[in-house]
Design a protein around this ligand. Structure first.
Ligand code: FBP
Length: 699
């Protein structure tokens, strides 16, 4: 193409078509912003009231009762619609309010709709009410950095992913100073209510803020957010109040779309094992949903590995007359064996490829790693407490940290006392690859959580897998299966008698996929086997056709590693999350307008059809329990892990063999549709939720 003059370029840039293409917003995005999510029937009415539902029972921790006396008595509140309210009630419902809202923790698709729902409900009740968005997460509250939200700001973010409107952060309001500063901010802004949109730790924080701000008359409401899907609420009798946090469905679908594309790639060039780590700090909910969405060949579920019992080992111990505690839960080595088994079996039917899904937090469920995490948390927590300094600041390099651990181990030997870190710990730790040691010693997040996203989990597992595959190869147990028709064709072209050679070369000469004998593991051993069978003499070169078949039987294990996390949590919300979050926003306002505090807004029956959704408030304090954080016990909201007895897990387990597809014939991949707001093909809830609801009532 000839070079364009400056004038020609200017003319090009002036074209309306070009202007349209370079706009920041495309038509699909504009349609998304303009979409109005459906609302639960109760919100069709101008007012709402709360009705306590006494059916729910919680086992309350004594420490919670002591620390949160002002909010521990909260009950589950069901939001009901009303056409009219009694005069005093009506004025109170519609009085002018100032409400602050903050995002806390990692982004989750749908957060903007929580704000939109709250904003719309607050303005509908009283157009003079104000909604403030705190900037950059809880730091915005501590440092009084906020923006008053306008219709223009809110409209620009409706149904859009991310937390871009006001940003987010992971700071925890966990000291008397930060609490005091937060109270001052609320006073300065004249806030009636503060809304914390966050995960388990942020909702814990919301409960403490609610307690603290009782005397200031500031209500605090939490909203269950996290892509990890581990904020789920059941009462002591197992009744579900909140089936999943928002953002889970969208992130899982985002990941599933990518994983599914890799299944397509794998199915096309049959060359790679795609190793896909998917986010989820502890629980494997996201991996489980991805398994259901894609039917990837292998999906590890942490909770399942923790539940493993090595019966053979137990039996051996029983015969010896003792108990082998290492038989409970899977070891890292055993896990690598399980993965290898899948790889070897697929290779045997000519599939030198596959898709493996690894949940980010899987190592937490591996016994020996969990022990290291708890020990290191305690050591670091104790160091910070005793020295009133930060362990990581004082030991910036891995070598410094290892030296500190070495000193602890030496001290334990010298003192001969039982210590948290002894020489055996030190030896085992030093056996780990350096990058993994570094990962295990990374700084905990502000809530004291181990940061699994910073650890190369997949490298740890795949390193062991590679080592074991090498062993299996040398033992002759890892071979590529050769399709018999291909074998015959090659032999025929080479002028050799396929039938005569087959029993010499293969351990299963009549099979569809032929497996070379275990002792053929090099060209030399191949020649030897042929000579032993009298097919040629020892000095003779192996015929080219046989050599070709041998080479084909040598598996080349090639991997591509992918991490799905930040991409999925930045995706636009699914229709499910758009509806869910907008209605959560409306619920938040109902809780505020009806005067409760220390409650989490939620939607009951989320696992059922939209018509059955019921907005509720859940008291946060009764859900809390003591847990180890940064080496100390802290009151927190319990994370929900994958229930291995749930329908969803049982279905995945039942289909494991089919999806591994270690048999001749096609794989069973499922392609989830891309996320879209409208259209009959968009699924209306996560598959895990759908399955778990089966048998519990009609869906
Ligand atoms: P939240 O629980 O705060 O929503 O965050 C979840 C998560 O996305 C995890 O899946 C992941 O392990 C972690 O955040 C990553 O944290 P960071 O954003 O600090 O890298």
């Amino acid at each position: 193409m000839p070079e364009k003059s400056n004038t020609a370029i200017e003319d090009l840039l002036r074209l309306p078509e070009v202007a349209e293409i370079v706009k920041d917003h495309n038509p699909a995005l504009v349609a998304r912003q303009q979409d109005q999510p459906p609302i639960c029937a109760v919100f069709d009415q101008p007012y709402t009231v709360l009705e306590a539902d006494g059916r729910y029972r919680f086992e309350i921790d004594r420490e919670t009762r002591r620390r949160l006396p002002g909010i521990i008595g909260g009950r589950v509140q069901v939001v009901r619609g009303r056409d009219a309210l009694a005069p005093g009630q009506r004025e109170n419902y519609a009085r002018r309010r100032n409400i602050g809202i903050v995002f806390s923790g990692g982004p989750a698709p749908g957060g903007h709709n929580v704000i939109a729902g709250l904003y719309d409900a607050a303005k509908r009740a009283n157009p003079d009410s104000r909604v403030y968005g705190f900037l950059m997460g809880p730091d915005g509250i501590i440092e009084n950095q906020s923006v008053e939200l306008t219709a223009e700001i809110v409209d620009a973010h409706r149904n859009l992913g991310g937390f871009g409107m006001i940003k987010t952060g992971r700071t925890k309001i966990d000291t008397p100073e930060k609490m005091q500063l937060s109270r001052e901010t609320c006073k300065l802004l004249g806030l009636d209510a503060l809304v914390i949109v966050g995960g388990d730790d942020s909702n814990t924080n919301a409960a403490f803020l609610a307690q603290e701000m009782l005397e200031d008359g500031v209500q605090v409401i939490g909203v269950p957010k996290t892509i990890d899907g581990d904020v789920q609420v059941k009462d002591a009798d197992g009744r579900v109040l909140c089936a999943v946090s928002f953002g889970f469905h969208s992130a899982a679908r985002g990941f599933a779309q990518n994983v599914s594309n890799l299944c397509t790639d794998c199915n096309s060039d049959m060359k790679y094992w795609h190793i896909c780590k998917v986010m989820g700090r502890s629980a494997s909910h996201l991996a489980l949903e991805v398994a259901l969405q894609t039917h990837a060949n292998m999906t590890l579920i942490g909770e399942d590995l923790a539940d493993y019992v090595d019966t053979e080992r137990l039996e051996k111990a029983r015969r010896r007359g003792d108990v082998d505690f290492n038989a409970y839960g899977m070891t890292l080595r055993h896990l690598s064996r399980v993965v290898c088994d899948g790889i070897v079996r697929r290779a045997a039917v000519g599939k030198n490829c596959g898709v493996l899904v690894i949940p980010e937090g899987v190592l937490e469920f591996i016994n020996e790693i969990q022990v290291f995490i708890v020990k290191l948390n305690t050591i670091i927590g104790e160091y910070n407490h005793t020295h009133d300094r930060d362990f990581h600041a004082d030991h910036p390099l891995l070598e410094n940290k290892l030296e500190y651990l070495r000193r602890l181990a030496r001290r334990s030997r010298e003192q001969g006392a039982i210590a948290i870190w002894n020489e055996r710990d030190d030896d085992l730790f030093n056996d780990l690859p350096e990058f993994f040691q570094d990962g295990l010693l990374t700084e905990r997040d502000s809530h004291g959580n181990f940061q699994f996203s910073q650890v190369k989990t997949e490298r740890v597992i795949m390193g062991l897998v590679r080592d074991y595959l090498d062993i299996l190869w040398e033992e002759g147990r890892y071979k590529m299966g050769i399709e018999s028709s291909y074998y015959r064709q090659v032999m025929q072209k080479g002028g050799l008698d396929a039938d005569a050679y087959a029993p010499v070369l293969f351990r299963n000469p009549g099979a569809h996929y032929l497996l070379m004998k275990a002792d053929i593991i090099s060209e030399k051993t191949l020649g030897q086997v042929l000579a032993d069978a009298g097919m040629q003499d020892g000095e003779e070169e192996v015929p080219a056709a046989v050599l070709k078949i041998y080479k084909k039987s040598v598996p080349k294990f090639k991997t591509q590693v992918h991490f799905y996390g930040y991409d999925g949590r930045g995706s636009h919300p699914t229709r499910f999350d758009c509806k869910y979050t907008y209605n959560l926003g409306l619920t938040v306002f109902s809780l505020i307008a009806n005067g409760v505090t220390g409650q989490m807004a939620a939607i009951r029956n989320l696992e059922l059809d939209f018509e059955r959704w019921e907005p509720v408030g859940i008291p946060i304090a009764p859900l809390m329990h003591l847990e180890e954080r940064k080496g100390k016990l802290a009151l927190v909201l319990e994370k929900s892990l994958v229930d291995i007895h749930s329908n969803a897990f049982q279905v995945v387990k039942a289909f494991r063999e089919q999806w591994l597809a270690a048999e001749p014939g096609p794989d069973h991949y499922r392609s989830p549709a891309p996320i879209h707001l409208s259209g009959a093909t968009e699924e209306d809830r996560p598959l895990t939720l759908f399955l778990n609801a089966l048998g519990q009532g009609d869906t």
